[in-house]
Write a protein that binds this ligand. Structure first.
Ligand code: SF4
Length: 352
């Protein structure tokens, strides 16, 4: 079977067996990638028109108790300059974002013990009270089911928690022994069960990743059916044990974005900052591969350089409104329009 036939089968059946994923991901050519991108873009256009949803990210703490081997803010990286934002500073970021046209705020941070479940709940409640028409997305790592429920009841709507790899043994090589793949999977199940629009995802080209690992990721996502998927290339950080590992491939990342769109047509799919880091027009390429979301930074300009999970992160010094204007013009160049909208997940039936 040719890879284009595998892509057609994925479009028809919304899934592929693991061995077919391995063949497709292990042997794809530039023509296959273009073929997948065209199919993916057609699906995105049919679902979302030429609309691009934006989410404003507030990186509110770069303290983390964990030690993921790939991450620049892991606890053992003593070179990281640590910071925390106050609740007031977080709300100021949201206000600036709201003025600029953002209707989704993403609170992203390391697993910082200072931000107890109670403090996070309090921050979510404050944002919910001030911005009743906005979506609140949390990206604050592994918590108990009870904590997830409290955040949800306080007004959080969405949660991003990359699964990183669906292969348990591979997970064990990317994380220290105290972090477990099983708990990560438990978290994802709890989030969906509670009612969050749930996002998972992985790095492409992470150390020890094989084509079989990526195949497992795709099979996992076809079953889990996340509402959002975050996929970006692995980029090494100089303060981590993986400092000398090569970065992941832009081409494979773009192909996987297209295949995710074909597999899960309604999914909210960002063109990630990491893609924009390895490749200058990565966000445009991501959209042309089937992405429909971009997530600009709303964090105070002064702290952005300290929230570096990987090296050479594309950091801009613009405020919310300026960065949005630049993004708008980049998207217009390729025929897309940034919209002022919450951009919630809708199933195919709801799109009709
Ligand atoms: S990836 Fe997340 S949990 Fe792991 S060290 Fe970095 S911030 Fe902490």
């Amino acid at each position: 079977m040719k890879n284009t036939e595998r892509i057609d089968r994925l479009k028809r059946e919304r899934a592929l067996p693991a061995d077919q994923w391995v063949r497709l991901l292990g042997t794809f050519t530039e023509e296959d990638r273009t073929y997948a991108a065209e199919k993916a873009r057609a699906i995105t256009t049919a679902r979302f028109g030429n609309k691009i949803y934006i989410r404003g990210i507030v990186e509110f703490t770069n303290y983390c108790k964990n030690n993921c081997l790939y991450c620049g803010i892991r606890r053992e990286n003593t070179g990281a300059v640590r910071y925390r934002l106050t609740k007031e500073e977080i709300l100021l970021c949201c206000h600036a974002g709201y003025q600029a046209g953002f209707r989704t705020f993403v609170l992203q941070g390391g697993e910082d013990p200072y931000f107890t479940d109670g403090r996070i709940t309090d921050i979510v409640s404050a944002i919910r009270a001030e911005f009743p028409d906005c979506a609140i997305t949390l990206s604050v790592g592994e918590k108990s089911r009870e904590a997830y429920k409290c955040f949800f009841d306080a007004g959080a709507n969405r949660y991003l928690l990359r699964h990183e790899t669906a292969d348990e043994a591979h997970y064990g090589r990317l994380h220290p022994p105290e972090q477990s793949w099983r708990n990560r999977m438990r978290c994802l199940r709890d989030l969906k069960d509670i009612g969050y629009q749930t996002g998972c995802g992985m790095m492409v080209g992470s150390p020890f990743q094989t084509v079989e690992c990526l195949a497992e990721d795709m099979v996992f996502m076809s079953r889990f059916r996340p509402e959002m998927i975050g996929i970006g290339p692995f980029i090494p950080h100089h303060g981590t044990p993986f400092r000398d590992c090569p970065a992941g491939s832009t081409e494979t990342t773009l192909l996987l974005l297209s295949l995710c769109r074909i597999m899960l047509p309604d999914v909210l799919l960002p063109a990630t900052t990491a893609l924009g880091t390895v490749c200058g027009d990565g966000r445009q390429l991501g959209v042309l591969a089937g992405a429909n979301v971009v997530m600009p930074n709303l964090s105070p300009v002064g702290v952005r350089k300290n929230y570096t999970l990987y090296d050479n992160k594309a950091i801009t010094g613009e405020d919310a409104a300026e960065s949005l204007n630049i993004l708008r013009s980049h998207m217009r160049e390729i025929g897309y329009e940034v919209v002022v909208s919450r951009g919630d997940y809708k199933s195919r039936e709801e799109h009709r």
